[in-house]
Design a binder for this molecule. Structure first.
Ligand SMILES: NC(=O)c1ccc[n+]([C@@H]2O[C@H](COP(=O)([O-])OP(=O)(O)OC[C@H]3O[C@@H](n4cnc5c(N)ncnc54)[C@H](OP(=O)(O)O)[C@@H]3O)[C@@H](O)[C@H]2O)c1
Length: 317
């Protein structure tokens, strides 16, 4: 049985971009991130109560986990929570690929347990989910969540874990103003009704909803995110302008409004912070209460933009 309830801060921190090579323009995000800069991010986040760090082996094939662990060095393990994932597509061919992938993550992160362990996607729910049970029993993973699963796949994973006295405690899906498939599919409502934490990822659409990037100042050339988003930036302008204006009323930025929106929808945003200054934004976002009318207006503008930002790895919900 899971011993302690899963408790999470208002916002979790994402580290996909931390898996980039450190060279400008390279990697998925094309961000140049230095170890000293990321230590500053960790320092500021931790001291503001943002202590849950989301990563995955798949982010830079281990690099994100390694870099995150280095940035957390020197802290007591009880001060932060680690969230990482089993990715079926890169499973090894041993007897227990889930245990093997977890073992490698633990080694890279210099720890003997993961607070929140995810099935990264539903490639084969019936095959992979049961392998989480012995890891829960041994305490190597404290809580289990499923990512990119639709309603039926969440229910199947929950049923498999349930037979051993465990449960799906969290869901992690793409959820932003521009991409509300999990809401339409009833997954948000299911989570709220069943005390399952819904973590929204790509709330900022990898930078496209921060107000920082526009057609004159696009996402870093050569990066994967630039290929996905630069072409649609003109269609997002009305939305990001309005987010900026609403932000100003709250002493905040467009990005903070995106995060506040995800909190207002009853979810835990996982924000892919790359700079210490982003933490100030999360502190502001945590304190913003958007009016119903502001939420409705933003969603209407997002619908008018009429863009499809579904990731290449995602299924329709
Ligand atoms: N389970 C899954 O399949 C899955 C898929 C995708 C993501 N995720 C998780 O969700 C996390 C978030 O997604 P993401 O990192 O892809 O994208 P995101 O959070 O939508 O956007 C991250 C980008 O936005 C900018 N940014 C971050 N915080 C900011 C702030 N407070 N103010 C202004 N700009 C800010 C940064 O760009 P600059 O560096 O250019 O400033 C950063 O690279 C990931 O890191 C990962 O942990 C999970």
């Amino acid at each position: 049985m899971t011993s302690k309830a899963l408790t999470v801060p208002a916002v979790a921190l994402g580290t996909w971009a931390w898996g980039d090579s450190g060279e400008a323009g390279e990697g998925y995000f094309g961000s140049r991130l230095s170890e000293s800069g990321l230590r500053e991010v960790v320092e500021k986040a931790q001291s503001n109560g943002f202590t849950l760090w989301d990563t995955a082996v798949a982010y830079g094939m281990g690099r994100s986990e390694t870099v995150l662990a280095r940035a957390l060095t020197g802290r007591d393990r009880s001060e932060y929570q680690l969230s990482t994932k089993f990715t079926p597509q890169i499973a090894g061919d041993g007897d227990d690929p889930v245990a093997d992938m977890l073992e490698q993550s633990l080694e890279r992160m210099g720890t003997d347990y993961v607070d929140l362990y995810w099935m990264h996607n539903p490639a084969d729910v019936a095959r992979w989910t049961p392998l989480l049970i012995p890891l829960l029993e041994s305490g190597k993973i404290k809580h289990v969540g499923v990512s990119n699963h639709n309603m039926a796949q969440i229910a199947l994973a929950d049923q498999i874990l349930g037979a051993a006295g465990f449960r799906v405690e969290a869901v992690q899906n793409h959820y932003s103003l521009l991409y509300r498939g999990s809401e339409r599919a009833g997954i948000l409502e299911y989570c709220h009704e069943h005390d399952v934490r819904f973590f929204s990822y790509m709330v900022l659409e990898q930078g496209a909803l921060t107000g920082r990037y526009d057609p004159a100042n696009p996402l870093p050339e050569g990066s994967s995110r630039a290929a996905v988003y630069n072409g649609i930036l003109p269609r997002l302008q009305a939305l990001t302008d309005r987010m900026g204006a609403i932000g100003e009323n709250h002493g905040a930025s467009a990005a903070d409004v995106a995060t506040a929106w995800a909190i207002a929808k009853g979810t835990t945003p996982i924000i892919g912070v790359t700079k210490a200054g982003h933490i100030d934004g999360l502190v502001r976002a945590r304190g913003i209460e958007l009016a119903e009318q502001e939420i409705a207006e933003l969603q209407a503008l997002a619908d008018t933009a009429d863009v499809d930002t579904r990731g290449w790895w995602e299924q329709e919900m």
